[in-house]
Design a protein around this ligand. Structure first.
Ligand SMILES: Cc1ncc(COP(=O)(O)O)c(C=O)c1O
Length: 418
């Protein structure tokens, strides 16, 4: 392929779009104040439409330079001395940056470490231990498997009851459902803020209040929220939150997760994986474990310093754009995707909330042929993902996605549906 071949292919595809759709997408792109950010991402050969930024964010070109200069700089040039020159503090320093830019959290309450799954275990296990005498954990059947599986393990380990809410799968858990499930027996409520299938945004402030009124702690999974919707964890009185950094924070595959633990709880919540790096003085090599004061106690082992690099570039970009602008574009993208599905995809149903207040940054579409269609779309450089039983998930990462890209992607889906 010559250098001009991809552009020529793209032009052919554009020419195939109905004029009304092509013009509407072009007008939205022209009016988009964040459009220029898309050029900052590393090119992906043969890509027509990336509709899965809610699974793995695209790399920023700046991350390439950051990773390369890390090898020659802090790693090769400074070697072990770098632990004292910044690496040791990276979990809390980067945690504070996350708190400031995307979580609405004052410093000293966020840490970057482990994976989401491991942090869910550590924090959920710590939360139930902090509410002794309460034997129930409330969760929902539509939550991501790892959340449900971790809770199954904790319930078995502690002899607790798991009380399941069964929400509408095309929406999500409502305050009323939580109010009906919690009581004086409830230690913990664990929910996703944005549902991984439907994209429903739960009413975080209301649900948090309901759980607190029952005397329970709440743990929010923010995997699909961090970097896509503005959050105010401090102002909303959130106790605990956990999330990943490889989706809308573009940290790359396997980048470490983050955990938020409200300052007021840090003296009473004690996580179970007592490693040396979260101890009060790791290099004392002492005989027994004494937790570090503050949020540092959530760290267990050696911080994943390399994995923390790319997300720094995305955080800087989000800070520059501002979360309100990111959210505005996200809503415009999901609204556009729903309109295109309604108008141009016969037999396809939108299985996500239409209310902007309850809508995250991805849209679930429903059709019996989507398993086949998603596999074929990938071969054409159109990349959504498939979620059983028959859902095609359109993830729209606001800083790396254009409206024309969405139009081209969904038109390809139409083509493949035949
Ligand atoms: C809501 C939610 N929680 C957790 C995870 C994954 O956890 P981990 O980062 O440990 O793989 C995902 C992954 O997509 C998710 O969507």
């Amino acid at each position: 392929m010559t250098d001009t071949a991809p552009q020529a292919h793209q032009a052919d595809l554009l020419a195939n779009l109905p004029a009304a759709l092509r013009d509407r997408a072009a007008a939205l792109d022209a009016a988009d104040p964040l459009a220029h950010h898309r050029d900052l991402f590393a090119p992906s050969e043969g890509l027509i439409a990336y509709l899965d930024g809610n699974s793995l964010g695209r790399p920023l070109a700046a991350s390439r330079d950051r990773l390369a200069s890390f090898v020659d700089g802090p790693w090769a040039a400074r070697l072990i001395r770098s632990w004292d020159e910044g690496w040791m503090d990276a979990p809390t320093e980067l945690g504070d940056a996350l708190g400031r830019v995307v979580l609405g959290a004052a410093p000293g309450q966020t840490v970057v470490a482990d994976s989401t799954t491991v942090l869910l275990y550590k924090l959920a296990r710590a939360a139930v231990a902090a509410r002794p005498g309460r034997g129930v954990i409330v969760a929902d059947t539509e939550n991501f498997p790892t959340d449900r599986f971790v809770l199954e393990g904790i319930a078995a380990e502690r002899g607790m009851e798991l009380r399941w809410i069964t929400p509408d799968p095309e929406a999500g858990v409502t305050p009323q459902e939580v109010a009906a499930a919690v009581g004086p027996d409830t230690a913990l409520v664990l929910l996703s803020h944005i549902a991984y299938k439907s994209g429903y945004v739960a009413d975080l402030p209301a649900i948090t209040r309901i759980a607190h009124d029952a005397g329970a702690l709440v743990l929010w999974d923010l995997c699909h929220s961090a970097g896509s919707v503005p959050l105010s964890l401090d102002a909303d009185g959130v106790d605990i939150a956990v999330g990943c950094t490889y989706k809308y924070l573009n940290g790359g595959p396997g980048s470490p997760a983050f955990a938020y633990l409200a300052a007021g709880l840090q003296h009473e919540v004690r996580q179970p994986v007592q490693g040396w790096m979260g101890s009060a003085d790791p290099f004392a090599m002492g005989p027994g474990y004494e937790p570090a004061p503050g949020i540092r106690q959530l760290v267990s082992g050696t911080p994943p310093v390399v994995g923390m690099l790319p997300m720094r570039d995305m955080l800087a970009l989000i800070e520059q754009a501002g979360m309100p602008a990111v959210r505005a574009k996200s809503l415009a993208l999901t609204g556009f995707a729903m309109d295109v599905a309604d108008e141009y995809l016969p037999g396809v149903r939108v299985a996500s909330p239409r209310d902007p207040e309850r809508r995250g940054s991805h849209v679930m579409l429903d059709h019996p042929d989507f398993r086949r269609v998603v596999a074929q779309a990938w071969e054409r450089g159109v990349i959504p993902d498939f979620r059983p039983p028959q859902g095609l998930r359109v993830g729209l990462s606001p800083l790396s996605t254009s409206f024309t890209e969405v139009a081209l992607g969904l038109w390809t889906i139409r083509d493949l549906l035949g």
